[in-house]
Design a protein around this ligand. Structure first.
Ligand code: RB5
Length: 148
C-alpha cells in the first residue's frame, strides 16, 4: 500500500520508528514531516495528509501528535477524511472494518512504541467490512455535503 505519514514535534522519534516498521511490513511510505523537534503546529500536518488522502494520492495515512487528537481534528476538517484516534489494537482494527477510516491517528505521549506498531499492523491488515457499514459511511458523507 501507499501510505503517507506526518506528525508534529512531539512525535518525531516515534514517527521515524513507525516509518521503518511500515516499510518492513512491505509498504511504501511518504513522510510529510516534521523531522524537527522544534515546536510546530499540528493543523499544518493534519491538513496536508488529509488533503493527500482525500485526493486518493495514497491508500491511507498515519498521523501522530502528542495525543493524536489535534492532528486528527485538522485532518477531519478535509472533506472525505475519516481519521480515527486510537490507543488500543482492537479499535485500530475496527476503525477500518466498521468506519472505513482512511487515516489512523495516535498520540506519542499516550501510547508506547510497541503498542503503536501493533495498532498500525492491525489497521493496515484490516479490511472494510461493507454491508450495513456502507450506509453509515454514506451518512457521514451526507453530513459533509450539508455543511460545505
Ligand atoms: C503539542 O504540545 C500538543 O499540543 C500536540 O502535539 C497535540 O497533543 C495536540 O492535540
Amino acid at each position: 500500500m501507499k501510505i503517507v505519514i506526518a506528525n508534529d514535534h512531539s512525535a518525531v522519534a516515534l514517527k521515524q520508528e513507525i516509518c521503518e516498521y511500515v516499510k518492513r511490513l512491505g509498504h511504501d511510505v511518504t513522510d510529510y514531516g516534521t523531522n524537527s523537534t522544534e515546536s510546530s503546529d499540528y493543523p499544518v500536518f493534519g491538513e496536508k495528509v488529509g488533503r493527500a488522502v482525500a485526493a486518493k494520492e495514497f491508500d491511507c495515512g498515519i498521523l501522530i501528535c502528542g495525543t493524536g487528537v489535534g492532528i486528527s481534528m485538522a485532518a477531519n476538517k478535509v472533506n472525505g477524511v475519516r481519521a480515527a484516534v486510537c490507543s488500543d489494537v482492537t479499535t485500530a482494527r475496527l476503525v477500518k472494518e466498521h468506519n472505513d477510516a482512511n487515516i489512523l491517528a495516535f498520540g506519542a505521549r499516550i501510547v508506547g512504541n510497541e503498542l503503536a506498531k501493533d495498532m498500525v499492523k492491525a489497521y493496515l491488515e484490516a479490511e472494510f467490512a461493507g454491508g450495513r457499514h456502507v450506509r453509515r459511511i454514506e451518512m457521514l458523507k451526507g453530513i459533509e455535503e450539508r455543511n460545505k
